[in-house]
Design a protein around this ligand. Structure first.
Ligand code: SAH
Ligand code: SF4
Ligand code: F3S
Length: 439
């Protein structure tokens, strides 16, 4: 029996898909299929953070129906964040009734039983838990690569930013015990892993639900000592909860990379307040100053939303102003998408779609040249990269990342995947650097 997993959304979902693959292989004897046409079980791991993501997923689940004609025993399962939304099972029945199984983000570990139920039942099986139980350790995982790995440190989110659906579909914040995280990173290192990325919706609040008294700063201190690991990354940071001590620990550490993905979301204090972000633009700027003072080589990237309810032209200009002041290394820019059940979806003064689109354009026009300029400053420099394999668009070209998370493209007859190299940068674009491997 073979399985194929389609994953949408963030690294949390990527990591969950590794667990799903692990369970299917180790507990059920499935093997990975090279494509959906070869599979006996297709799992679609979904995201619902914006409406556009959801629409794309329904389209793609629709496409899967044809594989059932060729393989009548094919099972199609839908899981992940979208599955946690109350209206989803009904929507699936209406729009894509060829789905056999729907399960949520809290009951991955039940997969063997769920698949068996779906095989035996003639009808769609729906099993979605409303809330998460305790953190489950020791689930199997089939990881994407050997040399780098994602490591959950918290699950869920308690922040309830007013636009965001994540707390509703991922449940309350739960931290993994520090010993478990250190053990996992240590095992990964013994297995040849060189880079770990610590995952949480707000890594800076790590440990607040634990009795151990271990916070994110202390966790980083402990992980920095794990032998064999050479790079430690973390995401996502929350500007409200990023303490000076945390910045200092990163500055002092050997392995923690000097890249901060620090979502600003909006530059206007009134929008930030209504977003329930818990910081002001002044506090954000102070944090950026602190980071740059203690770690001058740090890169800072961000997420920005345009068209939040009630966002005026003046509010939007405050976002542009912040983008100019901070000079982000890069930014992911989003059009606000109302999500059912969130506070912002019920707010008055929703911004018309054409205005949102126009603001997104203007935002990119300001931010992209900044990103390019920042990258151009690296032309002529020699940077250390960890090779990640062939570039997605050109098989002749390999891709690697700097500690600051910049993507570097280079050519080499040697395969640098999972190995460190030195690249002299020759050309800079908005999202990538190109160079020559010198060592
Ligand atoms: N926990 C992380 C990331 C959450 S989702 C954080 O707090 O930053 C990733 C990004 O999607 C967010 O940073 C935000 O910019 C964007 N996003 C979330 N909900 C959105 C919505 N309803 N509309 C548009 N963008 C949204
Ligand atoms: Fe969503 Fe805010 Fe939690 Fe991030 S911190 S997942 S934006 S509620
Ligand atoms: Fe999407 Fe869920 Fe991540 S909604 S962004 S996959 S936590």
């Amino acid at each position: 029996m073979k399985y194929f997993i389609q994953t949408y959304g963030c690294q949390m979902n990527e990591r969950d898909s590794e667990t799903i693959a692990g369970i299917l292989e180790e507990e059920m004897g499935y093997q990975a299929a090279s494509g959906p046409e070869e599979a006996d079980l297709i799992v679609v791991n979904t995201c619902c953070v914006r409406e556009s993501a959801e629409n794309r997923i329904y389209g793609s689940i629709g496409q899967l129906k044809r594989y059932k004609y060729k393989n009548p025993n094919l099972l199609i399962a839908v899981c992940g964040c979208m599955a946690q939304e109350k209206e989803t099972p009904e929507k699936i029945r209406k729009r894509v009734p060829h789905v056999d199984l729907v399960f949520g983000t809290h009951n991955l570990h039940q997969l063997p039983e769920l698949v068996r139920r779906a095989q035996e039942s003639g009808e769609m099986v729906v099993d979605v838990w409303e809330s998460a139980g305790e953190v489950r350790e020791h689930l199997p995982a089939r990881r994407g690569q050997k040399f780098k790995a994602w490591v959950n440190i918290t699950f869920g989110c308690n922040n309830f930013c007013s636009y965001c659906i994540v707390p509703y579909v991922r449940g309350r914040e739960r931290s993994r015990r520090p010993e478990e995280i250190v053990r996992e990173v240590d095992e990964l290192a013994r297995d040849g892993c060189k880079e770990v990325t610590l995952l949480g919706q707000n890594v800076n609040s790590y440990g607040s639900d634990l009795e151990e008294g271990v916070d994110f700063a202390e966790l980083l201190r402990r992980l920095d000592k794990v032998e064999g690991i050479q790079r430690i990354r973390f995401m996502t940071s929350h500007p409200r909860d990023f303490t000076t001590e945390m910045v200092q620990v990163i500055a002092d550490s050997e392995k923690v990379c000097e890249h901060f993905h620090l979502p600003l979301q909006a530059g206007s204090n009134s929008v930030l307040r209504r977003m329930n972000r818990g910081y002001t633009r002044e506090r954000y700027l102070k944090l950026v100053d602190e980071i740059r003072r203690l770690i001058p080589s740090a890169s800072i990237t961000t997420d920005l939303i345009v068209g939040f309810p009630g966002e005026t032209e003046k509010d939007f200009e405050d976002t542009l102003d912040m983008v100019r002041r901070v000079e982000f290394d890069n930014a992911f820019t989003f059009i606000y998408s109302p999500r059912l059940g969130t506070a912002a979806a019920r707010m008055p003064d929703q911004v018309p779609e054409p205005v949102k689109k126009e603001r997104l354009e203007r935002l990119m026009t300001v931010q992209y040249p900044v990103a390019r300029r920042k990258n151009e400053a690296l032309v002529g420099a020699t940077v250390s990269i960890l090779g990640e394999g062939k570039s997605k668009t050109n098989a002749q070209v390999q891709m690697g990342r700097t500690r600051t998370n910049k993507i570097v493209l280079f050519e080499s007859s040697k395969d640098l995947t999972g190995r460190f190299g030195k690249v002299r940068i020759e050309e800079a674009k908005t999202w990538t650097l190109t160079g020559r491997l010198v060592d």
